[in-house]
Design a binder for this molecule. Structure first.
Ligand code: HEM
Length: 366
């Protein structure tokens, strides 16, 4: 359809759609069209992983739309937050549906972000010239986890309150900045209205602004540099397909399939709501954070109270910080020149991935 709109040497000028002509004179749409025509995506036995970034993007769009709708009814006040979610779940038409979409899509998005991270890691897509794309991706991961952490408290139920308490206590243990950071997030030394107000502001204003900024850089770099082909694949085994329309239509198909998974989960397992939080009640037994923090939580739980003169939790946090740092800086220590470092990077990634799965399952079952 778009080709019919395009000015073409063989077509008389009057056949050009006037709206297109008006826009083209201002936005140079023809150049953008030619650029899209030139863009190609590699096809090989690992190309399925190229769809992950797009799925993250699709879930993000779901989050923005459903998040805006939830804000119409949600009240970020200690005495009304739980009641406002209960009202959404029970008395507002399709309220339960929009809320479940938001909660399930958040979890699916974090899951797919991890798939995207590890797939780009093992395909070594972080190597030159994509170091910045990788670093910005790490920033996006932190923001996405931040959305999960701050959003979890907002319904103000018993489990969310105590999981947040644990999260903030762990944050306080981070060397140098931890204590101050926990006080700023909490808005004091104990959880109160300040905490809920701050988490709400961070969730709906600060994190979206940061995310849009980083995502714009991430997507711009991908447009500039194109998609990488793993070095492990022989040049003769790689074919190319046009980004538009071939890849984009497959991308849309994958989006529709992912939306189907989301709708099945929302319909058959609508998101629940626990008892209203009570700041003075004792912590429920066996309280755990959300699954995406579970591997770190379980790892910290297993460390003895003291390792030599160092407090066990502090020791664990230092180890986790070093692992995250090594992951973030991988483009600078695995540059393809040394086969030994390249192998080391692959094994390091494998150990991190397997440990995350093992500790998460262990945490969930214990
Ligand atoms: C909100 C989260 C994110 C979104 C929406 C997103 C989106 C995308 C999209 C659409 C692509 C192009 C297609 C593809 O290769 O999948 C891409 C590529 C890439 N992303 Fe992400 N991404 C996100 C998070 C991350 C994270 C956490 C990392 C890793 C730390 C990362 C690293 C990369 C890299 C290295 C590429 C280049 C892949 C290549 O050229 O082969 N991204 N991203």
């Amino acid at each position: 359809m778009a080709t019919e709109l395009l000015p073409d040497n063989t077509r008389p000028e009057k056949s050009v759609n006037p709206i297109f002509k008006w826009l083209n004179e201002r936005l140079d749409l023809v150049s953008i069209w030619h650029l899209a025509q030139k863009k190609e995506v590699p096809i090989h036995k690992h190309s399925i992983w190229y769809y992950m970034g797009g799925i993250c993007l699709m879930f993000l769009i779901v989050q923005i739309i459903t998040g805006i709708l939830l804000m119409v009814y949600y009240v970020p006040d200690l005495n009304s937050a739980h009641a406002s979610i209960l009202k959404l779940n029970t008395r507002i038409d399709f309220g339960w549906f929009v809320r479940s979409l938001h909660c399930w899509a958040a979890n699916l998005m974090i899951f797919v972000v991890f798939l995207h991270l590890f797939s780009t890691y093992f395909m070594k897509a972080y190597r030159k010239p994509r170091e910045i794309t990788w670093l910005v991706g790490m920033g996006l991961l932190v923001l996405v986890m931040g959305f999960g952490f701050t959003g979890y408290l907002l319904p103000w139920d018993q489990v969310s309150l105590f999981a947040t308490k644990i999260g903030l206590d762990i944050t306080a243990k981070v060397p140098v900045i931890g204590e101050q950071l926990a006080i700023v997030l909490r808005g004091g030394s104990v959880i109160s209205q300040n905490t809920l107000s701050r988490f709400f502001a961070i969730h709906v204003i600060l994190l979206p602004l940061l995310l849009f900024g980083l995502l714009a850089i991430h997507l711009l770099l991908i447009q500039l540099q194109g998609i990488s082909t793993p070095k492990s694949i022989k040049v003769s085994d790689v074919k190319y397909e046009k980004f538009f329309p071939d890849f984009i239509f497959k991308d849309l198909l994958v989006w529709i399939l992912s939306l189907n998974v989301l709708f099945v989960l929302v319909t058959f397992l609508p998101w629940g709501l626990g008892e209203e939080a009570d700041l003075y009640a004792p912590a429920p037994i066996g309280i755990k954070p959300e699954w995406y923090f579970l591997s770190m939580f379980q790892f910290l739980k297993l460390i003895p109270a003291y390792i030599g003169p160092i407090e066990g939790e502090l020791f664990g946090i230092i180890i986790i910080s070093l692992i995250v740092l090594a992951l973030a800086l991988v483009p600078f220590w695995d540059k393809a020149e040394s086969p030994k470092l390249s192998k080391l990077a692959t094994y390091f990634g494998l150990i991190v991935l397997i440990s995350m799965i093992v500790f998460s399952v262990w945490g969930a079952l214990s």
